[in-house]
Design a protein around this ligand. Structure first.
Ligand code: FES
Length: 147
């Protein structure tokens, strides 16, 4: 798939799932890509180690909106470990592919989930890095923009 959007991308872009804020979120992650300027904010509510609810707000391109929408569906009801294991490749597969120059949009979804889980652990007074690993910042994501 080169420059065309799959029906799945169009569906999630036109009719995104789980949009908005989560008033009772106990983890919030925000990731931006410095080059394209797009920002994704992920809200999660963790209950007993499970992502009980999730919402997102994405100020960005259609691929970023579709990536965050499908990613929320993929982690809702899953354990923290399963949510952390979600890769941008799986997001792309669930979307039926993304054009090469839009791959980085799916990375925003992967990393915003990691940032939200990191925030969840920080709020509990737990150092998230040994559990969550490194969360990429906007500047590091910049280098992935054309990857
Ligand atoms: Fe940068 Fe899609 S997130 S163009």
């Amino acid at each position: 798939m080169d420059n065309f959007y799959s029906p799945e991308v169009m569906d999630h872009f036109i009719n995104p799932r789980n949009v908005g804020e989560l008033a009772d979120a106990n983890g919030i992650g925000e990731i931006g890509n410095a080059k394209c300027g797009d920002i994704m904010k992920m809200y999660i509510r963790v209950e007993n180690g499970v992502i009980a609810d999730v919402r997102f707000k994405t100020f960005g391109c259609g691929s970023a909106i579709a990536s965050s929408s499908v990613a929320t569906e993929m982690i809702k009801g899953k354990t923290i470990e399963q949510a952390l294991a979600l890769s941008n490749r799986e997001v792309i597969e669930a979307l039926g592919g993304l054009p090469a120059h839009k791959i980085h949009c799916s990375v925003l979804a992967e990393q915003s989930i990691r940032a939200a889980v990191a925030d969840y652990y920080k709020r509990l007074g737990i150092d998230p890095e040994p559990i969550v690993g490194k969360v990429f910042t906007g500047e590091e994501l910049e280098s992935m923009h054309d990857a």
